[in-house]
Design a protein around this ligand. Structure first.
Ligand SMILES: NC(=O)c1ccc[n+]([C@@H]2O[C@H](COP(=O)([O-])OP(=O)(O)OC[C@H]3O[C@@H](n4cnc5c(N)ncnc54)[C@H](O)[C@@H]3O)[C@@H](O)[C@H]2O)c1
Length: 250
């Protein structure tokens, strides 16, 4: 029996990177997965891969910043599976710009996806989870939800918002047996960080700050997300799980 046998899990931003890896891992652990993303072509491929491995999944096109999109995704999931046990608010974007060079449009765009997207997910999933007796929400923040860094003003502000939104949601939803936790990855090798990984100056800077002296792999974050999603984390809510090779330990 997998750790998520019988569970229904909705994962946003599941077409690539960590969301992709989480979708595969969750399906291997027995969950029925709803993979959502803006990128339909890549998202469909993830679902094909899950089917090839004998897992259950379907894909829905979804922009996490749009409220109507959330309603549609939740409605379709309930029609297909009758409940939602797990939500991973993973979809997010990166902006590497100094505070002074960040435009108000860029600020709004980063907040629309990284902060409002998570807010809308936490808001619209609650009635479904309440109805089925509880659930687990995992919000993907960042080390930049815990500390600052160069050229990270809008990113860090949006990920800091995710950290405290998570705690406020944990307080609101505890009575409904809905656990809400945040995950804080360090530098992880995904399409999002491909430019950083190709730039020796940036890559070396990150690695020099990382106790384990390497970038992380998506599966190393996915396993932490799986733990929080599963009943192994039944007494954990409002917490922050740091998966950063030790960057923020110093
Ligand atoms: N990679 C890292 O080093 C790192 C570090 C800390 C936090 N994170 C966070 O982890 C999460 C996943 O990052 P990743 O590295 O796997 O990124 P990625 O770019 O590799 O994948 C992110 C996915 O999210 C999707 N997405 C982007 N905007 C969306 C939107 N508005 N609606 C729906 N889908 C959208 C993209 O299409 C993509 O498939 C993000 O929230 C990111 O901020 C990543």
């Amino acid at each position: 029996m997998g750790k998520l046998a019988g569970k229904v899990a909705l994962i946003t931003g599941a077409a690539k990177g960590m969301g992709y890896t989480e979708a595969l891992l969750f399906a291997q652990e027995g969950a029925s997965v709803i993979a959502t993303d803006r990128d339909t072509a890549a998202g469909e491929k993830v679902v094909q891969e899950i089917h090839q491995q004998g897992g259950k999944a379907f894909f829905l096109e979804h922009n996490v910043s749009e409220e109507e999109g959330w309603k549609n995704v939740i409605e379709k999931t309930l029609q297909a599976y009758g409940k939602i046990d797990i939500l991973v608010n993973n979809g997010g974007i990166l902006l590497q710009k100094s505070l002074e060079n960040t435009t108000s449009q860029e600020w709004d765009q980063v907040f629309d996806v990284n902060a409002k997207g998570v807010f809308l997910g936490c808001k619209h999933i609650a009635p479904a989870m309440r109805k089925s007796g509880g659930g687990s929400i995992i919000n993907i923040s960042s080390i930049y939800g815990l500390i600052g860094g160069p050229n990270a003003a809008a990113l860090a502000a949006s990920k800091g918002a995710v950290r405290l939104l998570t705690k406020a949601a944990a307080v609101d939803y505890a009575k409904d047996n809905i656990r809400v936790n945040s995950v804080h990855p360090g530098l992880i090798e995904t399409p999002l960080t491909s430019e950083i990984m190709k730039d020796p100056t940036q890559k070396d800077w990150f690695i020099s700050k990382t106790l384990l002296k390497r970038a992380g792999q998506p599966i190393e974050v996915a396993k932490a997300v799986l733990f929080l999603a599963s009943d192994d984390a039944s007494y954990i809510t409002g917490s922050e799980l740091v998966v950063d090779g030790g960057i923020t330990a110093q």
